[in-house]
Design a protein around this ligand. Structure first.
Ligand code: ATP
Ligand code: MG
Length: 331
């Protein structure tokens, strides 16, 4: 069953000159219990997409078109106050940095109790406190530590406390924006496994946003690859990493270390993503693409469906089986 559906979403930032078209016509559906990874280079619109879903765009950000359907309701039609009801309760967020998510002035317990009481009016205080104890146990923290302030926590403990907070209201969707960047590799692994276990217990869905494809390979069922504000390719983790059709996905795959092929040489994609105010015509990846033809610079790529993948490329038939553009096609 689909819990969240995003249709043709357009998100922009108002600027003095031209507005930034940060998300441009992105569509996807998230099923119950499913983990969806969103990957793409810095500035491709991942956080903007997340903030639009959560209704927490900055003042100059606005939804220019499209729908965000949750439980059949289009969230883009709701007022700011109505949106706040969904935050934590239905769709919650593990923020990019655990430092930003917790208030240093209150104990961690006070903050979680406050979030629970705001959304569950009439709940007994004692019950809210018990919930905090349970949540701490669930994320592997001693409940006694809930009475501490976040600055008394280590980085890993803070991250766990944020996960506890994001799970406080049994949300249907958990959105994790680069959940692990500040932590070391071992901690990364532990936390993602922990979130995975907890998720199975409450059957929520998760969206994991990262620029690191190995994180997605380990934790997700499906992947959405974004390039310059638009969808490049979408499909199951296996299809995306084993037989992608979009040259950008191929490039991303080769630019990151791969557990299956630890000896593979890492080749970064030459060049940089384009300016989004406004984005260039045609395929946005064309200037960096080894397969680009004149058509790519002129016409928007169609969305092509092959083997369960959705790929926006004029040349899906030119990617060969070993995932590399054919030798004669590289200049
Ligand atoms: P990263 O991997 O670095 O977190 P991202 O994929 O999350 O990048 P976004 O933060 O969504 O990217 O940014 C998408 C585009 O919108 C970029 O071009 C960025 O410069 C622009 N942008 C983001 N926030 C604002 C803002 N408040 N005002 C104007 N432009 C913005
Ligand atoms: Mg971001």
């Amino acid at each position: 069953m689909t819990v969240l559906e995003v249709n043709n979403l357009e998100v922009r930032y108002e600027m003095e000159e031209e507005d930034v078209q940060a998300v441009d016509g992105v569509s996807f559906a998230l099923d119950e219990g499913e983990n969806l990874g969103i990957v793409g280079e810095s500035g491709c619109g991942k956080s903007t997409l997340a903030k639009a879903i959560l209704g927490i765009l900055p003042d100059n950000g606005y939804v220019n078109g499209g729908e965000i359907l949750f439980d059949g309701e289009d969230l883009t039609d709701l007022s700011q106050d109505e949106r706040r009801q969904y935050m934590w309760d239905e769709i919650s967020m593990i923020p990019q940095s655990a430092m930003t998510g917790l208030d240093p002035v209150y104990t961690v317990r006070e903050q979680i109790v406050e979030a629970i009481e705001t959304h569950r009016r009439g709940m007994e205080k004692a019950t809210a406190h018990e919930t905090v104890d349970e949540l701490f146990e669930l994320v592997g923290l001693d409940p006694a530590r809930a009475d501490d302030y976040s600055h008394q926590f280590s980085g890993g403990m803070r991250q766990r406390a944020m996960i506890a907070m994001s799970l406080a209201l049994d949300p249907a969707v958990i959105l994790a924006d680069e959940p692990t960047t500040a932590l070391d590799v071992i901690m990364q692994d532990q936390i993602l496994k922990r979130v995975g276990q907890i998720q199975d217990e409450i059957n929520s869905s998760m969206i994991v946003i990262t620029h690191d494809v190995s994180v997605v390979a380990e934790t997700c069922d499906r992947v959405l690859v974004m390039y310059a504000g638009a969808l490049a390719e979408e499909g199951s983790v296996e299809e995306i990493f084993e037989s992608p059709y979009h040259p950008y996905t191929v490039g991303l795959k080769r630019a990151f270390p791969n557990i299956q092929e630890p000896d593979q040489d890492l080749i970064s994609i030459p060049g940089y993503p384009p300016d989004l105010s406004p984005p260039p015509a045609g395929c946005r990846f064309a200037p960096r693409c080894p397969l680009a033809t004149d058509q790519c610079f002129e016409e928007d790529p169609p969305e092509v469906q092959t083997n369960g993948l959705r790929s926006r490329c004029h040349h899906v038939d030119r990617i060969d089986s070993d995932l590399r553009p054919r030798a004669d096609e590289i200049e």
